[in-house]
Design a protein around this ligand. Sequence first.
Ligand SMILES: [Zn+2]
Ligand SMILES: [Zn+2]
Length: 336
Amino acid sequence: MADESIARFETAGGARIYRLPLQVFPHMWGYAHLVIADGYVALIDVGSGQGESDAHLRDGLARVADEWGERVGWADLDRIVITHAHIDHHGGLNMVRGLSDAPIAVHELDRRVIVHHEERLALTRFRMGVFLRRAGVDEARRTKLLDMYGWSKNLFRSVEVQDVLRDDDLLDGRFRVIHVPGHCPGQVCLQIDDVLFTADHVLPEVAVFLSPESLTAATGVDHFLQSLRRVKGLAGVRLALGGHDRPVLDLGEAVAKIESIQAGRIARIYEACAEPRSLAELTAALYPAVGDYDELLALQKVGAYIEYLDQRGMLAIANLDEVAEDDLGVPRYHAA
Ligand SMILES: [Zn+2]
Ligand SMILES: [Zn+2]
């Protein structure tokens, strides 16, 4: 469980940062950040819009005004930035849009999830169905998992986005945008002075969720690893603040640790391919006894690493004849 108090940080250039804890899901906490400098106020991420998240966000703003004497009513916001279009970061937009007219910015690759939410879910559901079929998940189980996949459908109503972000933009003359695809296609980090908002790209203790890029372009293990190298090379970062998890004082060290965890996972999944197995069989072997939604996440996770190994020619398909004949066939991978 997260520390529920508001933390305050300051950049080398004197911008004040308030980290607002939000209970985004019953078992998950996350952070929105308020950044205040020379009368400019930006809100980075808005929580999930579920459960207590909206109330925590409203309380957070009120407490920054009351306890620190900052001018941060909803009418004072100049900017809302969404670091990536996952519901725990953008779901609160439905409430926030009713309270503030500040322009919303998100990376161009995540814009569609926010402005065409329903359409996006319908299309990814179809692709997920194909993915599960090729993973070797039987029909009854597939139906159940697909029903669950659409769980967020009714949790968010599409919202207009005013500005799209691209790599190396300088948003509002203040935030350097670093596009770091992998965890999400439009995942960005934002640098202001010597502080980097890493969102869900660099989390020191939490395993970042990855899914295969065959499901969603610009995700997957390869993009994630490349994006880790990208932030490792950033100059002048003294403090990194994530969308979850504790602050990072040594970004290079945190990234190196994540890289070594990823290398361990790649090796572990490669070892599990000693004998030919479908993705569903591999997932059952690697993550036994996970239920429902966890199973859906586990299949995507293992799928992401299998894709990575396969892209590098490290796997072969034992039943190539079957798979070559039918593109919905179930490949059985083994170490090449
Ligand atoms: Zn995320
Ligand atoms: Zn998150």
